[in-house]
Design a protein around this ligand. Structure first.
Ligand SMILES: C[S@@+](CC[C@H](N)C(=O)[O-])C[C@H]1O[C@@H](n2cnc3c(N)ncnc32)[C@H](O)[C@@H]1O
Length: 299
């Protein structure tokens, strides 16, 4: 059996630079979430995304509020089908299914997380209103024109070829369907030096390929065939400082000699996040776009 120490060493090898991360993407994500899943669930609960706060008292309340707002913005209601891309252990999917009455299908690369999402949906009495499927967002196991809405919370940043994910989303959405969500982005116009100093450690210590800029995300959505593309900064929806303050408390452990190699690895990532966010180099992007009812003729 591989020890935790060996697995953390393997994770560090896989995550060392973008070329290695992209060449080993599936193993990287499996190894990263295999190691961090319990810590994420203990610390963050069942939703693993950073929400802008609007006066909510806790992280979990702020996450639920963002999830419900997204469902309302998408116009989800009973009888509709939504896809959650990179659904994790299913917190957002359960909130959105319960709030909107729509059916939500969660897709995630991690078998462990899909299994836990199914168990938690059963416990919450939402097994009929949710389905969790193991699979890769770059090649989705769904027929064309299946969903009315596709959304994602802070998952596509993991993937090397993000245009391919948006193209798959466009394929599985019905004509006129909406895609929307939140993702980790890098500020527009960062120099190579700034990217290397502020963004690269975020990617290395969170199992991410790289971060797109807002303009790159806009281009990815347009290339995938979407219209009415809108990309903005989640800071416009609320205050993200409470998130960085929570991470400051976690980061305070960094000085301790007691912490495990895994926690030391993770803390390098949370320290990098707080530094880049407060320097204005890292942002949570928000997008919304529509699949045309008739695709333009090509050629
Ligand atoms: C930060 S977690 C967010 C989970 C969930 N959206 C939430 O907010 O709780 C990112 C998730 O994306 C999943 N993921 C990464 N790459 C993926 C891919 N190519 N296809 C499907 N899921 C992917 C990971 O396994 C992980 O569960």
């Amino acid at each position: 059996m591989t020890s935790d120490l060996q697995q953390v060493s393997r994770l560090a090898e896989l995550a060392a630079d973008r070329v290695t991360r992209d060449a080993n993407f599936v193993e990287l994500v499996a190894t990263y979430y295999g190691l961090v899943n319990d810590i994420y669930c203990a610390g963050w609960g069942e939703s693993h995304h950073f929400p802008p706060f609007n006066g909510e008292a806790t992280l979990q309340e702020a996450q639920r509020a963002v999830e419900r707002r997204l469902a309302d913005r998408a116009g989800l209601r009973p009888g509709m089908r939504a896809l959650d891309v990179g659904s994790g252990v299913g917190g957002p999917a359960r909130t959105i299914a319960a709030h909107s009455g729509a059916h939500v299908t969660g897709l995630d690369l991690s078998a462990l997380r899909v299994r836990q999402a199914r168990e938690k949906a059963g416990e919450a009495g939402l097994a009929e209103r949710t389905t969790f499927v193991e699979g890769d967002a770059r090649s989705m196991p769904f027929p064309a024109s299946t969903f009315d809405v596709a959304y994602s919370f802070q998952a596509i940043c993991h993937v090397p070829d993000k245009t391919r994910v948006h193209t798959e989303i466009a394929r599985v959405l019905k004509p006129g369907g909406v895609t929307l969500g939140y993702d980790w982005l890098a500020r527009e116009g960062l120099s190579a030096e700034e990217t290397n100093r502020f963004i690269e450690p975020i990617c290395r210590y969170h199992g991410l390929s790289h971060l797109s800029s807002p303009r790159e995300l806009t281009d990815q959505l347009r290339t995938a065939g979407f219209t009415e593309v809108r990309v903005s900064n989640a800071a416009g929806e609320g205050d993200l400082e409470p998130v960085w303050k929570i991470l400051d408390e976690v980061n305070a452990m960094a000085g301790s000699e007691e912490i495990t190699p895994l926690l030391r690895f993770m803390l390098r990532g949370t320290l990098a996040l707080c530094e880049a966010a407060r320097a204005g180099h890292f942002l949570i992007g928000v997008w919304e776009a529509r699949k045309p009812t008739a695709l333009p003729e090509r050629g």
